[in-house]
Ligand binder design. Structure first.
Ligand SMILES: Cc1cc2nc3c(=O)[nH]c(=O)nc-3n(C[C@H](O)[C@H](O)[C@H](O)COP(=O)(O)O)c2cc1C
Length: 413
C-alpha cells in the first residue's frame, strides 16, 4: 500500500497549537503534502500565516470566507483531497463535536464529509482529559476506527502535572503514516477474524462480594467491563464463551452464556464446574482475597466497637491450574499499584499460569471502574506493553497474544 501523501492537518485552540508547526515540517520531511485547517480558537494561539508560509498553501479557516461568485465549498474539496485527516492538537471541545457529529465549523464539517483515515492527537488539562465526558467521546471515536495518539504525561501549561500533554511529534507522524488499522474491519462481525473458532473461552469478570452481615459486604471497585469486553471479543472471533460474572449492572454480551455469582466461593465453584469444557481460561475478575469468618445472619448494630475476623478465600487460579485438562491455556490478571513487571513475572512462575496481564490501577481513568485500560501482557516468551486504549481494544490485543501463545504451544508440542 502506498504511503499516504495528502495530509490535512486540523489545528484546534489549545496551547499546543504552536507544536503543529513542527508537525507540519516533520510530515513534509516524510514526503507528505500538507494542508492546514484551523478552528477559530486555534487562530487565537497561532496566526494562519505561520502555516501558510510552511505549506505554501492557503490555510482553511472558515466555511463562509469565499465570495458568492466563487461558491467554493472548502469542506467538500478538502474532505475529498485528504488521504489522512490529522487533528493535532485536538481539544476536548473538538473531540466532543466530532463524537456528536456536529458540523458547526469548517473542521467538524470536513470531518463528516471525508473518507480519509482519521488520526486524533488530544492535548488538554489533566482534569479535562480524565473527565467522563472526554473519556466517553474518545471511546466513541475509537470505536469508529479512528486512531487516537494518547497524550503524554508531565508538566502542563496550566501548571498541573499529569496526562494531557500533546504526544511527541514523532508518535503523531508515525500514526499519520500507518496503514488502515485492521481493527476497523474487526468491528464488523461479518468480516471479523474467526481465529478463536473451535475454542471454548471461560472468562471471569467483576468484583466479588463477601458478606459481613445480612446487608453489608466487603467488595471492590471492579466494574467487570474488562472481562465483558474480553467475552464479547472472544465471541466475535468465533469462540464459544462462558462468562462467570460477579458484575451486576452490565448487560449480558450477546451470544455468551452468563453464570452470575456473588462470592469468591461461588466463583470458585462455578469455574471448576465449567472447567472441563474450557480450552482457554481468562481470569479477569477481581476476587476478594479474604472473607469474613463468621457472617451475622442479621444486621449488625452500632453498639460497640467490633472486630471482624477475616480468612483467605480460595485461590481460583491455583485450583484451575491443578485441575485443567492438558492444553487448556490459563491467563491470570494482576491489578497492581504501578507496573512492577518483575513481581508479575514472579507471580506468573509461582502460579504456573501461561500468561498474566498486569494492569496499573494507580493511574486515574484506567483499570478499575474505568472505560480504558493499559498494561503489560507477560508470558514465558513475550512482554507486550499495551498503551492506554479502550477496554474493547485491550481485549482484542490480549486475544491476539493468546492466539499467538496457542500457536507457539502447538509448535512446541
Ligand atoms: C489559554 C488557553 C489555553 C487552552 N488550552 C486548551 C487545551 O490545551 N486543550 C483544550 O482542550 N482546550 C484548551 N482551551 C480551551 C479551548 O480553547 C476552548 O475549549 C475552545 O472552545 C476550543 O475550540 P476548538 O475546539 O474549536 O479549537 C484553552 C483555552 C485557553 C484560553
Amino acid at each position: 500500500m502506498p504511503e499516504p501523501r495528502r495530509i490535512l492537518l486540523g489545528v484546534c485552540g489549545g496551547v499546543a497549537a504552536y507544536k503543529a508547526a513542527e508537525l507540519v515540517r516533520e510530515l513534509q520531511r516524510r514526503g507528505a503534502e500538507v494542508r492546514v485547517m484551523m478552528t477559530r480558537a486555534a487562530q487565537e494561539f497561532v496566526r494562519p500565516l505561520t502555516f501558510a508560509a510552511l505549506t505554501g498553501h492557503k490555510v482553511y479557516t472558515s466555511m463562509w470566507e469565499t465570495s458568492e461568485d466563487q461558491a467554493a465549498m472548502e469542506h467538500i474539496e478538502q474532505a475529498q483531497w485528504a488521504e489522512v485527516l490529522v487533528i493535532a492538537p485536538a481539544t476536548a471541545h473538538t473531540l466532543a463535536r466530532l463524537s456528536a457529529g456536529l458540523a458547526d465549523d469548517l473542521l467538524s464539517t470536513t470531518y463528516l464529509a471525508t473518507d480519509a483515515r482519521v488520526v486524533l492527537a488530544p492535548a488538554m488539562n489533566v482534569k479535562m482529559w480524565n473527565h467522563a465526558a472526554t473519556r466517553a467521546n474518545l471511546e466513541t471515536l475509537e470505536r469508529r476506527g479512528h486512531r487516537i495518539v494518547a497524550p503524554g504525561s508531565g508538566y502542563l501549561a496550566c501548571g498541573m502535572t499529569g496526562d494531557g500533554r500533546l504526544a511527541d511529534t514523532e508518535a503523531i507522524v508515525q500514526a499519520a503514516f500507518e496503514q488502515e488499522p485492521e481493527r476497523v474491519a474487526s468491528v464488523d462481525p461479518a468480516s471479523a477474524a474467526q481465529d478463536l473458532a473451535g475454542e471454548t473461552v471461560l472468562v471471569t469478570a467483576g468484583g466479588t462480594r463477601e458478606p459481613i452481615d445480612a446487608v453489608r459486604f466487603i467488595g471492590n471497585r471492579s466494574s467487570g467491563r474488562m472481562g465483558y469486553a474480553l467475552a464479547e471479543a472472544a465471541q466475535r472471533r468465533g469462540a464459544r464463551v462462558i462468562l462467570v460474572s460477579a458484575a451486576r449492572t452490565l448487560p449480558a454480551p450477546a451470544g455468551c452464556e452468563v453464570m452470575p455469582v456473588e462470592t469468591a466461593e461461588d466463583m470458585h465453584a462455578a469455574v471448576l464446574y465449567r472447567l472441563p469444557e474450557a480450552t482457554i481460561v481468562i481470569k479477569a475478575a477481581a476476587v476478594s482475597d479474604f472473607r469474613v469468618r463468621e457472617v451475622s445472619a442479621s444486621k449488625l448494630h452500632r453498639e460497640a466497637p467490633r472486630k471482624i475476623e477475616l480468612e483467605p478465600t480460595e485461590d481460583i487460579v491455583r485450583s484451575v491450574i491443578e485441575r485443567r485438562a492438558p492444553g487448556t491455556l490459563v491467563i491470570a490478571f494482576a491489578a497492581e499499584m504501578g507496573l512492577d513487571v518483575e513481581r508479575a513475572q514472579e507471580k506468573l512462575r509461582r502460579k504456573g499460569a501461561d500468561a498474566i496481564f498486569l494492569n496499573d490501577i494507580s493511574q486515574q481513568g484506567v483499570g478499575f471502574d474505568a472505560d480504558r485500560n493499559a498494561g503489560v501482557f507477560l508470558s514465558e516468551a513475550a512482554e507486550v506493553r499495551l498503551p492506554e486504549m479502550s477496554k474493547s481494544e485491550v481485549a482484542d490485543r490480549i486475544l491476539d497474544e493468546i492466539v499467538l501463545l496457542r500457536a507457539a504451544k502447538a509448535v512446541a508440542r
